[in-house]
Structures are given as structure tokens and as C-alpha cells.
Design a protein around this ligand. Sequence first.
Ligand SMILES: *Cc1c(COP(=O)(O)O)cnc(C)c1O
Length: 457
Amino acid sequence: MTFKTIIEPFRIHSVEPMHLTTPAQRKRAIQAAGYNLFNVRAQDVLIDLLTDSGTGAMSRDQWAAMQHGDESYAGSPSFEIFRDAVTDLFPFSHVIPTHQGRAAEKILFGALGGAGQIVPNNTHFDTTRANVEFTGATAVDLVIAEGRDPASRHPFKGNMDVAGLDQLLTEHKSVIPCVMLTITNNSGGGQPVSLANIRETSQVCRKHGVPLILDACRFAENAWFIHEREPGQGERAVRDIVREIASLADGMTMSAKKDPMGNIGGWLALNDDALAEQCRTLLILTEGFPTYGGLAGRDLEALAQGLKEAVDHDYLKYRIASTAYLGEALAESGIPVVQPIGGHAVYLDARALLSHIDPLQYPGQSLAVALYVMGGVRGCEIGTVMFGRQPDGTEIPAAMELVRLAIPRRTYTQSHIDYVIEVCQAVAAEAGSLRGYRISKEPKALRHFTAEFQPID
Ligand SMILES: *Cc1c(COP(=O)(O)O)cnc(C)c1O
């Protein structure tokens, strides 16, 4: 007998109030925020799906582990507990804690980047790209063609284009300091990379003598997709799959605000002794001593415990099923979403839903604002607002106009998600009456965080 209700594999131990507001209050709040959801106060949001980064709920055992934290400046036992939890899954020789993923990237590319260098990736996350480019190097995205098509149902749309990578390495390997592989592929819709593809990518890197570095933020969700979808992997434990993935790489950067269930944290792990020493020196300049990086001892302990919980099968089954539950319900009600549903988020296709709004009048922004005003649900535009402004000052439509609904880990229940589904349906029913926006004020770079908008009559 199987039942269709998704049971959250935890019960609630400590509660946080949610803030109920009326549509009239939200209309005032969004107007005061210049129609930018990043400017809205969190108290004015009912269900916050802006990001899954650092917004998850810690477990009872993580809070208990925090009490065990040792705040010694050097040689803290909390570091050893953290390092052992990391190397249990990712047996790299050197583990260097940082305050978040981007700090690990800054240090790695501080050592490996520089003008004229090229860094390939399936798809660079925005901070990864920014940290590569900040050193003067070029960031190249080499995801398979299916990964750029929202309607393609390829089971591993995050896969690297291995032939393209081989060609790039053949032509330019002297200026390629490392190859990155992002699991799951966040900017590409939270899509996984298959184990077969990781093996092939690793083989190509080893053939050319170039290290492979994982951007492993959602390694557990990626391993679960391998367990569920890849022939021959269904009998393996997720932790085994993760260990094999680690054995195929030479290091990793990590945001512990994602799968490791932390509210803050990250790390850089490497096998190369000389590179690790160079990175530790940079770490001391910007983050702190190598046994705490940018973190408190108590944070290291919470992450060590979170890593154990991240690879639990009951948790992962619930996690992926609950994301799919939202996505499939929207698709069934005729709302266009990126397929297949990814691990940490559902992406609404605003270009398809609001085809009457010109891309340069930001259909994704219009949809995100409507979800907020109608239901207090905060998502994030991933479209022309985020990517449209070019370095030469011109503006062109982004490849896709999406609104991302990212699901914080263990935070919302099925009734919250049912409410989100209703709000999306109500907005979709009125899609024809939604209007575009124009930007009234924008900064020079990363405009989506602070730009202000005006509705177009
Ligand atoms: C979040 C994220 C990062 C950056 O990590 P922060 O902890 O936010 O600095 C890097 N890569 C990917 C794929 C991410 O999702």
C-alpha cells in the first residue's frame, strides 16, 4: 500500500510566527520598495521563496551540536569534528573552512585565476563567474544543449558537454588552471549531473592533466537524482555515490548554506598540497585562522551534524518529492514551468504565461510582483532584469524569463505549499491583466538587487 501524501520526516519542535498581511498592505509595501522584492521587509512576506540559501531550519541535533562548539582560536576540536564530517563524504586531503561559498571561490581563483586564464564549468553560478572574471580570467559555460531548453525533459540537464570540454582543453589547456562542475546546476534550473557524465568529465580532465573542482552546493540532491534516475544506481546509498563523485575530482568549493543545512558557512577542499598552502595563506588574509576560517566553532559543529542529515534517504526523498509536488501541481493547472522539476526550486516560465508583455518590460518582474501582492509569496525574477544589461550599456532580452520559487529546507509544510499553488493559480487566471514595468533607477552592476521600477499604464 502506498499513500500519496508527502510526510515531512520531522515534526515541529520550535515555531516561528508568520506575518499575515492584506493585499492592500502588500500593495503599499511593494510600492514603497520601488516594486523590487529585494527591498521588501521580510516581515511583510508571508511565504518567502526568494532563496534556499541559509534559510533552512536546523534540527534539534544541530542546535545541540552548537552547544558543543569550542571557540578556541587555534586547534579547536570543533574543527576536527567538522573536517571529519566533510572528509567522511569528500575524502580530500585539505579542508579549509570559509564563511560562505563565494569566499572559497575568491580564495581559489585568487590562487588560480588571472588575465588570459580560462575557467570552464557546466554553468557558472553568478558569484563563481564574478570571482573568475574579477581576476581578469574568462568564465566559459559548457552545459549540454538540452540544458538551455526549458521544455526538454532530459533527466540530467546539468550535464557537461564533454566533447566541447575536450576540444577546449585540447586547444587551450596551458591557460586552463582548472575545470569546475556545478552539482546541481543552479543557474540552469537546479538540474542534476549524471554520474556517467561526472566520470567522463573527470576522464577528460585527467587526460589533459587539468584538475577538476566541484561546486558541490547541492551534492546530496544531485546524488539523490542519480540514485533515482540513473540505471544501476538505485541500490546504492547516497553517501556512497557522493564518495565516488569526490573520488573523481581534485577538490571542491562549497556553500554550506545549501545542502549542509547551515544558516552560514562554506569550505574549500583540495588534494594538491602546494595549492592548499597558497589558499591557506589567502584565507588568513581575508577569513581567519585555518581551523575556523570565517566561522565560529559552534557553526562548524552545526555543519558537521547537518552533513549527516543531508544524505539521509528519508529526508532526500521528502525534499525532492515536495519540490516536484509544487512543480507538477502548477504544470497540471496549465502554468508553464521549467521541466523536469529541479531539486531546490520550481521555475515559472513568465515569457510563456505573460506573452503579451514585451521582454524589455520585464514579464518575470511583473509575475513576481503579482505573486507577492496577491498572496504574499516572494519569488525571484531570473530574466531580463537580472541578465539584460550588457557591459556596453545596451539592454537585450535574456534567454529565458523565469520566476524562481526556491524552497528553503525543512521550513514550510505541505499546507504552505498548497497555499502557494492556489496563489499561483489565482495569478495565472488574471495573467492577461498584468502589465509590464520600466526601470526608474538602476545601479551600474548587479541591478536586480537594488533597481527601482514603475508600472506601465
Ligand atoms: C549559493 C551558491 C554559491 C555561492 O555560495 P554563497 O554561500 O552564497 O556565497 C556558489 N555556487 C552555487 C552553485 C551556489 O548555489
